[in-house]
Design a protein around this ligand. Structure first.
Ligand SMILES: CC(C)(COP(=O)(O)OP(=O)(O)OC[C@H]1O[C@@H](n2cnc3c(N)ncnc32)[C@H](O)[C@@H]1OP(=O)(O)O)[C@@H](O)C(=O)NCCC(=O)NCCS
Length: 334
């Protein structure tokens, strides 16, 4: 291994709103039932915010937990990268709102829009600033209030999504830590998949109007089957390619942390890379798909389950609207 400086994750904070919404409750809103949701997606419940709660509020709660755990002050943070498809508003960026709320007076920052892949895109982006030596403390946040963009009358999407936030801190590896931290990434986009998952209105193409509201164009629209097929293929491909590039197999991994969109997508990928079931981190049953927050929430579960300890090898993978996709390989450092 080279002595190159790498970015290591040194802290984690998570937050989900207290309100739990079960499948049975959703079955009172739309024509669906618990069995269908569990069988097709693996979701049993999700957390939803009380109306009027913005993404920044969830993110700040996760960041506060992280800062306390790591024992640092917000003024030490140099860069804030926020992954979200539900920013508080079109501008300023949610990174600016968060910076002000937490008092990160020495930070700059920005938002990254890559839907369900955005946490991994942000992790990779943040790692570059650490590896170049430009920054020593980069905050990477994944937060979404999906309930603000889901049509409560659309059974195809209302059952799938939840609200949540997670944040990690990136710092440089030091002496004696060679081989730890974020080792590699691989990302792709395929814009031809844009027609299968999108929110059409609110941007410059379809600015808000009476017509866009009447046509429910401010809600996410998804062609579930197309997204499903792409996700199974691409997540498997990228995960396998990452292992191949490092001459690794599923046996070398301590755990696999995938974006939590559908249990069947996660299981198909785990199967493709030959992973023992206990190495696959799953929390979709309790949170649903929280978009940018799924991976940091799952990191917390992996730590709690004892599957992510110092020196452990972990593979992350995600696919999202765009289509966006990625895999990240890391050796856990704390
Ligand atoms: C959405 C998803 C769970 C649907 O599962 P599926 O097995 O593909 O189901 P289909 O869409 O083929 O629908 C099967 C049937 O169930 C019905 N159905 C759809 N939603 C339903 C619901 N909530 N409750 C009950 N029935 C439902 C459909 O109308 C269809 O009925 P039909 O056969 O009479 O036409 C699945 O496609 C999926 O997870 N896609 C990927 C989602 C994703 O990853 N999104 C985030 C991007 S990262």
């Amino acid at each position: 291994m080279s002595n190159k400086i790498r970015a290591k994750i040194t802290g984690l904070g998570r937050y989900v709103p207290p309100r739990v919404v079960t499948n049975d409750e959703i079955a009172k809103m739309v024509d669906t039932n618990n069995e269908w949701i569990v069988e097709r997606s693996g979701i049993h419940q999700r957390h939803w915010v009380e109306k009027g709660t913005p993404t920044s509020e969830l993110a700040v709660k996760a960041i506060e937990q992280l800062l306390e755990q790591r024992g640092i002050s917000a003024t030490e943070i140099e860069l804030i990268i926020v992954s979200t498809v539900t920013p508080d508003m079109m501008f300023p960026s949610t990174a600016c709102i968060i910076q002000n709320r937490i008092g990160a007076t020495n930070a700059w920052g920005f938002d990254i829009s890559a839907a369900c892949s955005s946490f991994l895109y942000s992790l990779t982006t943040g790692a570059q600033f650490i590896e170049t030596g430009k920054h020593k403390k980069v905050l990477v946040v994944g937060a979404d209030v999906m309930t603000t963009i889901i049509n409560p009358e659309d059974r195809a999407t209302i059952v799938l999504f939840g609200d949540g936030a997670g944040a990690v801190l990136l710092e440089p590896t030091g002496e004696g830590e060679e081989g730890l931290g974020i080792l590699d990434f691989r990302h792709e986009i395929d814009g031809s998949g844009g027609e299968h998952l999108y929110m059409a209105a609110g941007g410059s193409l379809h600015p808000a109007s009476h017509e866009t509201v009447a046509n429910k164009m401010h809600f996410a629209h998804q062609n579930g089957q197309q997204v499903f097929k792409f996700a199974v293929r691409k997540m498997g491909e990228l995960s396998a390619a990452m292992l191949d590039r490092h001459q690794l197999t599923g046996d070398d991994l301590s755990c696999f942390i995938a974006h939590q969109a559908n249990l069947r997508i996660i299981d198909a990928t785990a199967n493709k890379i030959g992973l023992a079931p206990e190495k696959v981190i799953k929390n979709i049953h309790k949170y649903g798909n929280t978009t940018a927050a799924t991976i940091p929430l799952a990191i917390g579960d992996a730590i709690e389950e004892g599957k992510l300890k110092k020196g452990d090898l972990v593979l992350f993978a995600a696919v999202g609207a765009g289509f966006t996709s990625g895999s990240v390989l890391a050796r856990w450092a704390y």
